[in-house]
Design a protein around this ligand. Structure first.
Ligand code: TA6
Length: 276
């Protein structure tokens, strides 16, 4: 389904329609494309992405929920939770003051997820999780955003200076970022902790910067698979690692969310693009 654009935004949502009920479903509620007027597309989606139930789309904004990464106890469970590989019901698509407003929902047995995405001059991603059980529930969540970049070796990510990160490639060692912005010189897989900082992805090759504002999440995951991981991942092109990086807004690990019955928690991410 190509959602009718506002002035120039042309969001594309891959929607399946249930021909009995007429209900519309969106695979994994994964936004795969956002192109503000006058800009190159902002999100990266692999040319090798697979769009089918049971498989996460390689790119866009996969939703990791109710856990991040491998399941804490069940090795047979899918990585990054249950919801990026199932259909979410599309309950609203409307032109609003801020752009094309969509709403998608899904319910796990204890938690309900309401995801509102607005495609306009900004892209806003608003994931609200509600505890619908009668006992406390704890979950992890992340908006695993893949950004399209001119050359990952040339970009810098500002905003995380002087924060600490867990380096998943150094056996979860806690490191200090120090005074310098984040750059990619090798495979990078880091969880920056205790930060709601706005990040700015500076892309000198595409001559733009992308601002990643976030509320409600205390972790920022930064990832680039580099050449080795790309070549060993079926739905990643061997050379696609140079054209992407992930800046993910998350609540994971010690920053997982605990909700009392009936309580809700929102992760909000706002993306905006400016020419350098
Ligand atoms: O967010 C970074 C990460 O956790 C990496 O460790 C890598 O596994 C990436 O997510 C992609 O995971 P996926 O299951 O989509 O291949």
């Amino acid at each position: 389904l190509t959602v009718q654009p506002g002035e120039g935004e042309l969001p594309r949502l891959r929607v399946e329609t249930d021909h009995c009920s007429g209900a519309q479903y969106l695979h994994g509620a994964t936004v795969t494309d956002w192109k503000p007027a006058g800009e190159e597309p902002v999100l990266f989606t692999s040319a090798h992405a697979v769009y089918r139930d049971g498989k996460a789309i390689r790119g866009g904004v996969p939703i990791c929920f109710p856990w991040f990464g491998p399941h804490p106890t069940d090795p047979s469970a899918p990585a990054h939770g249950l919801v990026r590989t199932i259909p979410w019901r599309l309950t609203q698509t409307a032109q609003g003051p801020a752009g094309v407003e969509t709403q998608m929902v899904t319910t796990l047995d204890q938690l309900h997820a309401d995801y509102r995405v607005t495609f306009g001059k900004q892209l806003t991603l608003n994931l609200t999780v509600t505890n619908i059980a009668d006992t406390d529930q704890t979950f992890e969540a992340a908006l695993h955003t893949y950004f399209r970049v001119g050359d990952a070796r040339e970009v810098t990510i500002a905003g995380l200076e002087y924060t600490r990160f867990i380096d998943k490639l150094q056996d979860m060692k806690v490191c200090d970022q120090g005074e310098h912005p984040v750059t990619f010189t090798a495979e990078t897989d880091r969880v920056y902790v205790d930060t709601q900082a706005t990040c700015v992805l500076n892309d000198p090759v595409m001559n733009r910067k992308i601002k990643v504002e976030k509320l409600g999440s205390l972790s920022t995951v930064v990832w680039n698979p580099w050449i080795g991981k790309s070549q060993s991942t079926a739905d990643f092109g061997d050379d696609e690692w140079t054209g992407m990086c992930c800046i993910e807004s998350a609540n994971i690990g010690d920053e997982a969310v605990s909700l009392a019955p009936g309580a809700s928690h929102t992760l909000l991410v706002k993306l905006s693009v400016e020419t350098l």
